[in-house]
Design a protein around this ligand. Structure first.
Ligand SMILES: Nc1ncnc2c1ncn2[C@@H]1O[C@H](COP(=O)(O)OP(=O)(O)OP(=O)(O)O)[C@@H](O)[C@H]1O
Ligand SMILES: [Mg+2]
Length: 203
């Protein structure tokens, strides 16, 4: 059964959009353990719109401030607990907050959580300048914790030099590139997945 973590090189790289397309394509449930900040709606709400048949599980914590979960929790006076994986029978897509070393608590980084869960991770990376170093660093962080990397998904304009460098130097499968979609909706996302994402390497 396919259970995958969707992490990224940074916040705002396109994890939610990719995770929605993935949940829809796999017929998977989607879970965002901690939502920090609600401006423009939660990630779970956006997945509900972009992946209309996916089952969206409730977050463990919904915090008000758009910042690192450890700080958003402090501001709200909330203690983030153990964040155990939900019990679901079928496939599951889990979206982390921000990048791989984001703190959920001062003693719990995102990658530590991923390692405890023992699930493979997909890295979502921009194609924009700076992506080679950010993506290779993310690969090192995950592998240093023995987290299996299912591959890297790129978002944005094609940048064959950067994409090739990352996948060769990082030794990670290229899972495809989502172009910038306008409009972005359930239909255009499903079509882009069909055309551009290597589901054969993920399912
Ligand atoms: N392929 C795409 N086409 C069009 N817009 C996109 C695409 N990918 C991402 N976006 C837009 O870019 C913004 C950031 O994307 P998204 O919310 O998926 O990032 P994120 O990595 O999940 O961020 P966070 O760290 O806050 O969870 C959103 O406004 C989203 O709609
Ligand atoms: Mg997101």
């Amino acid at each position: 059964m396919t259970w995958l973590i969707v992490t990224g090189t940074d916040t705002d790289v396109g994890k939610t959009v990719f995770a929605a397309g993935l949940a829809q394509a796999l017929g998977a449930a989607y879970w965002k353990p901690v939502q920090a900040g609600l401006d423009g709606g939660s990630d779970s709400e956006r997945v509900s719109r972009l992946a209309p048949t996916a089952r969206v599980l409730p977050e463990a914590h919904v915090l008000q401030t758009p910042c690192s979960p450890h700080e958003a929790a402090r501001i709200d006076g909330v203690t983030i607990g153990t964040l155990d994986l939900p019990q679901v029978a079928g496939p599951l897509v889990v979206e982390g907050a921000g990048g791989a070393l984001v703190p959920y608590r001062e003693d719990l980084l995102a990658a530590d959580l991923f390692a405890r869960w023992g699930l493979p991770a997909v890295i979502v990376a921009r194609t924009a300048l700076g992506t080679i170093s950010h993506t290779l660093m993310t690969l090192e962080v995950l592998r240093s914790r023995a987290i299996r990397v299912a591959g890297v998904v790129f978002v944005g304009e094609a940048e064959p030099v950067a994409e090739g460098a990352i996948t060769r130097i990082g030794g990670a499968p290229h899972l495809g590139r989502l172009p910038w979609l306008e409009p972005l909706d359930a239909r255009t996302l499903a079509d882009a997945f069909e055309a551009h994402i290597r589901m054969d390497l993920l399912a």
